[in-house]
Each structure stands twice: as structure tokens, then as C-alpha cells.
Design a protein around this ligand. Structure first.
Ligand SMILES: [Zn+2]
Length: 345
């Protein structure tokens, strides 16, 4: 914690004072989660200090104004940080709006740093785009058309180039224009081959991207894949396969995709599901684009439609993932000194 860091209690917490020395922090409507804080020395200032954590005052100022020893303030803040109940910046789009867009605190930076590129199913893509355009009018968004030459390379089912070193690097040059963007891939038909190619492209060019799909009775939103920071698509695939009771059918489905034998019908309810998928995805995209964090970094939001069950599933990196784990020999660094300096010099 730095001396001048302005920390505040996360906005979704309510402060319930049981006494000046016993404070409860609570969030959640139906299934509330709460943390109890007690000052056993009964100094009488715990509630006052917590109530002032609104992000407008530094620890030093707080100590001075409340006449509390500086070490006490720091110990309290360290404890709150370890509980994960304070933050220095907004962690969702809603908080970001409250910080920047309400009239008395209007600022110029209510705009994502990265332009947004929408790939995949055009109908879902254009719905996500219109949600983002309505909420963030200054954001640059573009829908990649199915006949876009770059997308044609990425979506081709002939992926032999991924395993051939020379053509891999040649083909990857085509995607340089996607760098510095945030990619959104939304689909109503999961095609693991296409998703794997996109995964490799995004890892190569370090492009963050989010995956959203309708898969049978499920809507899947996320995870947001942040290269080198979070698991990648192939980690997710490995984790899903580990949880499948019978992974043979998934392999057969992939083989059928290669042979172009998969045909998709349009279920009558699909327009509604598409809108659900688009609105949840747009919210995650805005969270990430505005604040750099979101509920679906490292997590997959699954909505099970028959019972309307919403679950956030943790996705961990798969050890030895062929896409995002370092390769022995290729990515090893030397323990004490780097001889490549002498070679290049
Ligand atoms: Zn991976």
C-alpha cells in the first residue's frame, strides 16, 4: 500500500455499525456475505474510520483528521486489503459510470482505451455492438464481415499452418491489424477448431478477447482471455474435457466439423437467447474495456436455460497447455546470466 493511495470500500458493501468498535460489512441481497470487524482494544474509532473510506482521503490525512496513530490506520487498511473489500479504482462498468459520468464528477476519460472488434455470428455481433454504442457512444467498434480477407484466414478449417513454423509466422502477419483491439467472438454454433485458431492468434499478438456462445441448453459468457495473465481457450477446453463424462462425442463433433458435416437449424427461441447472450456479453466487454477487470476474467458465466441457473465457474490454467505454457528449451531462461546478449552483441 502506498502512502498516498486513495482506497475506498467497494461500493457493493453496506456498513452496519453494531457499536463504535464492532462493524459488519455486508453485501448480497438473498444470499448475503458478511465480514465482522471488531476492535478488541475498544478505542472507539473503528466505525468512524471505516465510514470515511470513500476514496477521497489518504491514510496520512485520515490519521491526522481522526487523531488516530498512523500505524493503526495502516494495520486496518492492510487487513481490509487482505479481505478484498477495498479498491483504488472502479472494478465494474457500473462503478466506472458512477465515478466519471455523473454530472458533478464528469471527466474526459470515460472511454475505453482499446477499440472493439466483433467477430463470429453477425446477428449476435451487431446486437452487442448496438448495446455498446448506446452505452459508450464514443467507443470505436467494428463488426468483421464474413468475407473480410483476414477473417477468412482465421476462420478457415484448414489449420495446417499452425503447426508449420515458417507458414505460421507468415500467416500471423495478416493479423497485425488486430493488435491493440479487444476482440469479441460471439457465436451460436461452437466451432472448437476456429476458436483454437483465434486463441493462437490472440496469444501471438497479445490481444485480449472474450468468448460467448449458445451451446445446447447453455449460454456461455467468457472467460475473458488476457494473454500471459489468464488461462487461454485451450486451457478452458482441457478443463471442460476433464469434466465431461464422455469426451468421445466431443471429439466426434470436432471431426464432423472438419468434414463440414455439421448442420445448424434455427430453433424458434433463438432470437431471445441471442439477445440474452448479447446483453450479458456487452456488459462484460464494457466492464473490461473501461476498467481492465470484469467478472469473467478467469471465470466462465454459464446460464443453464431449463432451470435458469446462473453459475460462475472458475477456469484455471492447465499445466502443460500446448498454447500458453512455456516450452522447455524454447522458452527457458538461463539461471545466472543471459548468453544471448553476447551472441547478439
Ligand atoms: Zn492455455
Amino acid at each position: 500500500m502506498s502512502d498516498n493511495e486513495l482506497l475506498r470500500l467497494k461500493r457493493h458493501y453496506s456498513i452496519i455499525a453494531h457499536s463504535p468498535d464492532d462493524v459488519e460489512l455486508r453485501y448480497g441481497t438473498w444470499n448475503a456475505t458478511s465480514f465482522m470487524l471488531s476492535d478488541e482494544s475498544k478505542a472507539g474509532y473503528l466505525y468512524r474510520l471505516i465510514a470515511r473510506l470513500d476514496g477521497s482521503i489518504s491514510p496520512a490525512q485520515l490519521a491526522q483528521e481522526e487523531r488516530v496513530p498512523r500505524e493503526e490506520i495502516e494495520a486496518l487498511l492492510d487487513h481490509l486489503i487482505s479481505m478484498g473489500v477495498v479498491e483504488s479504482n472502479a472494478s465494474s462498468a457500473l462503478d466506472h459510470y458512477l465515478d466519471t459520468l455523473i454530472p458533478w464528477r464528469a471527466s474526459e476519460d470515460a472511454r475505453p482505451e482499446r477499440p472493439i472488434l466483433l467477430l463470429g455470428d453477425a446477428a449476435v455481433g451487431s446486437e452487442i455492438r448496438s448495446h455498446i454504442a448506446n452505452s459508450l457512444p464514443d467507443t470505436s467498434t467494428a463488426l468483421v464481415e464474413p468475407d473480410d480477407p483476414v477473417w477468412q484466414v482465421a476462420s478457415s478449417l484448414d489449420v495446417a499452418w499452425l503447426n508449420d513454423g515458417l507458414s505460421y509466422h507468415q500467416q500471423m502477419l495478416a493479423f497485425e491489424g488486430w493488435r491493440d483491439h479487444l476482440l469479441v467472438f460471439a457465436t451460436t454454433l461452437i466451432n472448437p477448431i476456429r476458436l483454437r485458431t483465434l486463441n493462437r492468434i490472440c496469444l501471438e499478438h497479445r490481444i485480449p478477447w472474450i468468448h460467448a456462445a449458445i451451446d445446447g441448453p447453455f449460454l456461455f459468457i467468457g472467460p475473458i482471455f488476457v494473454p500471459n495473465q489468464s488461462p487461454c481457450y485451450e486451457c478452458l477446453e482441457t478443463r471442460v474435457m476433464m469434466n465431461l463424462r464422455e469426451s468421445g462425442s466431443y471429439q466426434r463433433y470436432k471431426r464432423a466439423l472438419v468434414k463440414q458435416r455439421v448442420q445448424q437449424g434455427i430453433p424458434p427461441i433463438e432470437p431471445v437467447l441471442r439477445s440474452m447472450l448479447a446483453s450479458h456479453t456487452a456488459l462484460e466487454v464494457m466492464n473490461f474495456a473501461l476498467t481492465g477487470s470484469s467478472c469473467t476474467v478467469n471465470k466462465l458465466l454459464a446460464i443453464y436455460l431449463p432451470t435458469m441457473e446462473f453459475t460462475y465457474n472458475e477456469v484455471l490454467r492447465a499445466p502443460g497447455c500446448p498454447a500458453c505454457s512455456p516450452l522447455p528449451e524454447r522458452d527457458d531462461s538461463e539461471l545466472y546470466f543471459d548468453s544471448s546478449i553476447f551472441i547478439n552483441g
